[in-house]
Design a protein around this ligand. Structure first.
Ligand code: DAK
Length: 268
């Protein structure tokens, strides 16, 4: 693995601030466009645990910088691993923590939300974006597929044709396209995206907590009868994702990214 397992920097990779009843979590790894490394996700997990345990926190806003919400999982940490190693890596279950978080979560997105970054936003309950946001699941361009729910959640949100177009081309889409597709709740000018998300979070945080929890539980369970195979689908996606780490194309795709060159795929 290319990157250290600990945050050896003095700055936190996740800044946790309490804004009244709202927990604001800001991803803070600007030099790598908030790529979701092990140390960053460790800190995110810890901050989420604190928010879950603190009854004064009634809603959570997850954000990045104007330039990047998050450009994906950290490719340099994954590129050399095989499928067995990926399966053993506890890092990858952290996305589930956001998806199953007991309090309402809002992603405030600006700039890049790609790969695992978009999956993190899709794991949140609501999504507010700036006009400059760029969303996509580019995993196919580096020889893999989404592994943290992207293909399953987009299929549910967008339907077969539109999800497959995004996933099979790896194409990035604008905030306005994403709004039209139903991925986002709303799009606002860049200087307002965080304030808009905090405003919505404050509104929800002011609602009765038990009712908020009940609404969230009810909506999540209301979706499941329509998708009886949802957990199975997530499991299948993850297995397919892991298997790709035994392919030459995954090595080539990720090495090419790191060496800043075009990959040559062989279908092997
Ligand atoms: N990983 C590592 N480093 C990254 C990165 C990433 N995903 N994205 C950007 N960086 C780093 C770049 O390497 C560069 O570092 P230096 O060269 O300066 O050291 C720095 O951030 C700035 O990036 P660029 O120089 O590339 O900046 P540009 O403005 O030219 O381009 C870009 C921005 C976002 C278009 C480009 O950086 C890019 O294409 N990034 C990669 C996007 C991508 O492919 N993302 C998907 C990664 S795969 C799972 C959970 C999650 C996942 C899988 C499984 N389970 C639970 C099973 C997720 C997988 C992924 O996300």
């Amino acid at each position: 693995m290319g990157r250290p397992q600990l945050n050896l920097d003095t700055k936190p990779f996740v800044i946790f601030e309490k804004k009244g009843a709202v927990g604001l979590l800001t991803l803070n790894r600007p030099e790598a466009l908030n790529a979701l490394s092990h140390p960053l996700m460790d800190e995110l997990e810890k901050a989420l645990d604190e928010c879950a345990a603190d009854s004064a926190v009634r809603a959570v806003v997850l954000t990045g910088s104007d330039k990047a919400f998050a450009a994906g999982a950290d490719i340099s940490e994954m590129e050399g691993l095989n499928a067995a190693q990926m399966r053993l890596d506890p890092h990858l279950s952290r996305w589930d923590k956001v998806a199953t978080f007991p309090k309402p979560t809002i992603a405030a997105i600006s700039g890049y939300a790609l790969g695992g970054g978009l999956e993190l936003a899709l794991a949140c309950d609501l999504r507010i974006a700036s006009e400059t946001a760029v969303l996509g699941q580019p995993e196919i361009l580096i020889g893999v597929i989404p592994g943290a729910g992207g293909s399953v959640r987009l299929a549910r949100l967008l339907g077969r044709a539109r999800a497959l177009e995004m996933l099979l081309t790896g194409k990035r889409i604008s905030a306005h396209e994403a709004l039209k597709l139903g991925i986002l709740n709303r799009v606002v000018p860049v200087e307002l995206f965080l304030e808009e998300a905090l405003k919505l979070a404050r509104e929800i945080a002011a609602m009765p907590p038990l009712a908020v929890a009940a609404v969230k539980k009810s909506v999540l369970s209301a979706l499941s009868p329509d998708y009886p195979d949802y957990p199975k689908a997530l499991k299948l996606e993850r297995e397919l994702f892991y298997d790709l780490f035994d392919s030459e194309d995954q090595k080539e795709g990720m090495q090419a990214f790191i060496q800043k060159r075009k990959p040559k795929f062989k279908g092997k």
